[in-house]
Design a protein around this ligand. Structure first.
Ligand code: PRP
Ligand code: URA
Length: 207
C-alpha cells in the first residue's frame, strides 16, 4: 500500500504481541505502549528534513545538521496519550497539541470534544499520534482539523490499522504517510479491529 509503512522491527513486534495479549493489565500496557512508541517514532521521523550547520567541537570546526522545522506532536485523546511521553523524551523541544475525539458506539462517528493546536501549522513538522486506526473516522476528523490550520508536513504514528481505515484515510488524504506496526485482518460488526488489541483507551486507563 502506498504511503503505508509497516514497521516490522523485532522489538516492535515483540511488544505488540504483549499489547495484544488480553492478560496484559493496564500498568504493563502503559509501559509497553510507551516503549513501542519510541521505537516507532524513530522510524517515522527518518525523513524529517534537516539543514546543514557548522559546529565547533572542543577541538575543531566541523559540519552537522539541525532539524529544518519545529515539531508539533498531536496525540488523539485518549489513547494517543499512551504514546506521548516516550516520544517527548526523544523530541523534548517539540510542542504538543491535543485533539479529543470520541467514537460514538452505535454510529462509529467520531465527535470532536477538544482541540488545542498552534494557529498556523504550515511551518511545522506535525506528528499525529493514535495507536488505533479502525474505520478511519477519527483519523480523518483529526486530519480535517490539522488541514484547516494549514498543515503541510504531517505523518501519522499508529500501532494497529485495519485495511478499511487505511483506505478511508487515504481516500481523503492520499499523501499522509502512515507508520504502523500491523495491518490487521478487518473490522468486526462493532467496528473493532480483528484481531486487534481491544479498546486501547480502556486498556490503557482501566476505564
Ligand atoms: C479509539 C482510538 C481511535 C479511534 C479509532 O478512540 O484511540 O482514536 O478509536 O477508531 P476509528 O478509526 O473507527 O475512528 P475512542 O473513540 O474509543 O476514544 P478513547 O481513546 O477515548 O477511548
Ligand atoms: N478503537 C480501539 O481502541 N480499538 C479498536 O479495535 C477500534 C477502535
Amino acid at each position: 500500500m502506498k504511503n503505508v509503512n509497516v514497521i516490522k522491527h523485532p522489538l516492535v513486534l515483540h511488544n505488540l504481541t504483549r499489547l495484544r495479549d488480553k492478560r496484559t493489565g493496564s500498568q504493563e500496557f502503559r509501559r509497553v505502549l510507551s516503549e513501542i512508541a519510541a521505537l516507532m517514532l524513530y522510524e517515522a521521523t527518518r525523513s524529517f528534513a534537516v539543514v546543514p550547520v557548522s559546529v565547533t567541537t572542543p577541538l575543531a570546526r566541523t559540519s552537522g545538521v539541525r532539524l529544518k522545522r519545529e515539531v508539533v506532536l498531536v496525540p488523539v485523546l485518549r489513547a494517543g496519550l499512551g504514546m506521548l511521553d516516550s516520544i517527548l523524551q526523544l523530541i523534548p523541544h517539540a510542542r504538543v497539541g491535543f485533539i479529543g475525539l470520541k467514537r460514538e458506539e452505535s454510529t462509529l462517528q467520531a465527535t470532536t470534544y477538544h482541540k488545542s493546536l498552534p494557529p498556523d501549522l504550515s511551518r511545522f513538522e506535525v506528528v499525529l499520534i493514535d495507536p488505533m486506526l479502525a474505520t478511519g473516522g477519527s483519523a480523518v476528523a483529526a486530519m480535517d482539523l490539522l488541514a484547516e490550520l494549514g498543515v503541510r508536513q504531517v505523518r501519522m504514528v499508529n500501532l494497529v490499522a485495519a485495511p478499511e481505515g487505511i483506505r478511508r484515510v487515504h481516500t481523503h488524504y492520499p499523501d499522509l504517510p502512515i507508520f504502523t506496526a500491523a495491518i490487521d485482518r478487518k473490522l468486526n460488526e462493532k467496528g473493532y479491529i480483528l484481531p486487534g488489541l481491544g479498546d486501547a483507551g480502556d486498556r490503557l486507563f482501566g476505564v
